[in-house]
Design a protein around this ligand. Sequence first.
Ligand code: FHN
Length: 448
Amino acid sequence: MDGDRHPVKAIQDTETLAQRNARMAWWRAARFGMFIHWGLYSTLGGIWNGKREADHHSGEWIMNWDKIPVADYENLAKRFNPTQFNAEQWVAMAKASGMKYIIITAKHHEGFAMFDSKVNKFNIVDATPFKRDPLKELAIACQKQGIKLGFYYSQAQDWTFPGGAAAHGHWDKAQNGSFAEYLHNKAIPQIEELLTNYQQWGAPVEMWFDTPIDMTPQLAGEIVKVMNKHPNVIWDNRLGGGYEGDFLTPEQIIPPHGYPGQDWETHMTINNTWGYKSYDTDFKSVKTLLQDLIDVVSLGGNYMVNVGPDPTGVIPKQERDQLLAIGRWLEVNGDAIYGTHEGPFGHQPGCYSATEKDWRGDPLWVPGWDWRATAKPGKVYVSIFEWPHSEFSLPPLQARVTKAYMLADSRHRSLNFTQEQRSIKVALPPKAPDPIASVLVLDTVAGD
Ligand code: FHN
């Protein structure tokens, strides 16, 4: 922590380890969350003036890519009427998918507030025919269904309010203004609204800041002052101004070795966009999503998968189907994920050999383990991706294994195993219980 350099000390600068562990406990146990990017951009679905955004352009950036004038963009609000939105259904879907928390965009870079804001009229209640506050409805539904709710807030970029930052620069004179005034007159008061208006329903548990363009230590410190009034609300590492927040945020990647000793969360799109694009059907398979979840948790991180609801308020069916399939796996195998941490064997991702070459002379691809391990006291969970045709062997373990069984076997029947100094060998059943990931459990006691 570089708390000495901060003009305003953040909770992370002053708390004890025990306090930090208590603050982070729910988040570390949760392991799997849902990101929701939903805003005015959803009404465009990636198409402006009949032209599709490039495949690598994310839907929520359409205003910036197409340099849409502020007045034209603001007009979109008049036709944003997501009458199919049903908070209960969204939350039930997240829950059935095994997700323990939801982070939704309260305001993305476009500057449109998806909540009832008294600070600025460019919001879903005042500027649209919909007139409802989805964040309030979600907060109520989340509380009822036992899911945690947090808010994404684009603190620096704001493409419709004068002075808001814009990556690649402003393109409309309506955007000209002072960044500090934008922060004082819009961002900070809206963050305060978000932190106080939903408290009665237990929200938010987390603030997710992003793209800290122009955030000086001084200006970030002003937001920290507000966050300090809500010490249990955790926040990510993208506030800016040198503040590290509570957790790292690898985006669209799984760091090959995790970040040992630190809290981190990989967040990932389900197709190639965060905000809805009507024509992006390049969805990741259930196998990829599920094995990524297991991979991330085996490295000690959280995994947050994004959905992009459409302008009517519906989460696209394919997104729902993929996630619900993961939920079905978690129903059987959730013990291998929730409340676990990285496994005891380290990690061996596939890589190109530094020394060996293939027949063409290119570096040889050395496959990593086709299993991943997670652990909690007295248990090691080995999620096997490729069912071995011969004996299954694991690296040595200091702890003594007392029993081996498949998690999917409701009777937890013991499997034969041997534990030697150099390896553990387990006689697995002939057929994999699951086509994507079958969990072998090792019960352990401290080694002699
Ligand atoms: O610009 C945003 C992007 O739209 C999206 O919200 C992602 C999620 O992490 N964050 C920014 C890019 O890093």
